[in-house]
Write a new protein. Structure first.
Length: 279
C-alpha cells in the first residue's frame, strides 16, 4: 500500500479539520479583551493554498501584554484542538508552531501593532478584525508598494551564490556529503530566487525555503522547473561538483540580466575567477 492510499481518507479531511481549528482559534481570541487585531498570512490568505497548507495566524495584542502572551503561547494553542507536538525557536520567540493530531499545523505569532510597518511582506493578508484600525491602514499602504529588486539585493544574492559554491566544494572534498548537498541546495534555491527577481516578482518565502517554488503553485515556467529537476545529484564528489558546473552558466546569465536592468557592474570577470577556483 503506497503513501497516498494509506493516508488518503485523513488527507481528504484536512480542509475541514483546518477550518475547524481556525474557527476555534478565532472564537477564543476574539473574546479576549487584550487582543486588538487578528490577521492571517500565507497561502490561505492569498488563495493559493492546497489541502496541506498550514494556518499562519497573527495576533496583535496590547503592548504591555505582549510578553505574557508569548509566555503562554503553548497553553493558548492547546485551547484550539488536540496538540500532537510543538516546535519553536525559543521560549521568548513571538511565534509557536503547533502540530495537531488531525495533521493540521498552525503557526501563531503574538506581537504588538508597532511591530508591523508597511512592507512588501504585508501584501495579500486577510484581516479578521482590527479594533483600532491601525493594522488595516498599514496593510492598505503595503498593497501600494511595487516590488523591484535593488542593487543591494542583487549584490547580496550574488555574494551568497559565490559563498555557497565554495562551501559546497569544501564539504564535498571533506566527504561531508549531506552538508555538501545542503549547500548545493542553497545554490539551487538562490538561482530560483534570481528568476523571481528577473520576473519582477517578490518571492514570498523565507530564505532557503522551497515552499511553492516547485509544484502546481510555482510561478516558474516549464523550462525553469525542468532545470531545477535536472540539477539533482548523488552523494559523491563528482556528481556534486558536476551539478554545480551545470548551474553556473545560469548564474552568469541571471547576474548579467539583473545587473543590466539596474545599471550596475555585473563583476562577471571577478565572479568567474571566484567560481573557477573550485571547478
Amino acid at each position: 500500500m503506497g503513501f497516498e492510499s494509506r493516508h488518503r481518507e485523513r488527507d481528504l479531511q484536512l480542509p475541514v479539520q483546518r477550518e475547524k481549528l481556525l474557527k476555534n482559534a478565532l472564537q477564543d481570541l476574539a473574546d479576549d479583551p487584550y487582543v486588538e487585531a487578528i490577521f492571517e498570512g500565507g497561502s490561505l490568505a492569498r488563495g493559493d493554498f492546497d489541502r496541506y497548507s498550514d494556518i499562519d495566524l497573527h495576533v496583535i495584542v496590547a503592548p504591555h501584554m505582549k510578553t505574557k502572551y508569548i509566555e503562554e503561547k503553548r497553553s493558548r494553542a492547546e485551547k484550539w484542538g488536540n496538540v500532537l507536538f510543538f516546535e519553536e525557536s525559543s521560549p521568548t520567540s513571538p511565534v509557536i508552531v503547533t502540530h495537531y493530531d488531525c495533521f493540521v499545523k498552525v503557526d501563531s505569532w503574538y506581537q504588538a501593532a508597532d511591530d508591523y510597518q508597511p512592507s512588501i511582506w504585508l501584501q495579500g493578508l486577510k484581516i479578521y478584525f482590527d479594533k483600532k484600525g491601525v493594522i488595516t491602514k498599514r496593510f492598505e499602504k503595503s498593497e501600494k508598494i511595487v516590488y523591484k529588486p535593488t542593487k543591494q539585493e542583487v549584490e547580496r544574492w550574488r555574494g551568497k551564490v559565490l559563498a555557497f559554491v565554495h562551501e559546497t566544494y569544501r564539504a564535498a572534498m571533506r566527504e561531508e556529503f549531506y552538508y555538501a548537498i545542503s549547500n548545493l541546495d542553497r545554490v539551487r534555491w538562490l538561482i530560483a530566487y534570481g528568476w523571481y527577481m528577473e520576473m519582477g516578482r517578490h518571492l514570498n518565502s523565507s530564505y532557503g525555503v522551497w515552499s511553492k517554488i516547485e509544484g502546481d503553485r510555482s510561478q516558474l515556467d516549464k523550462g525553469q522547473l525542468a532545470d531545477l529537476a535536472s540539477w539533482d545529484c548523488g552523494r559523491n564528489q563528482h556528481d556534486i561538483m558536476t551539478t554545480v558546473k551545470k548551474i553556473v552558466p545560469e548564474f552568469y546569465r541571471v547576474n548579467k540580466v539583473l545587473s543590466d536592468e539596474l545599471e550596475m557592474d555585473s563583476d562577471e570577470e571577478k565572479c568567474r575567477k571566484i567560481i573557477e577556483m573550485v571547478l
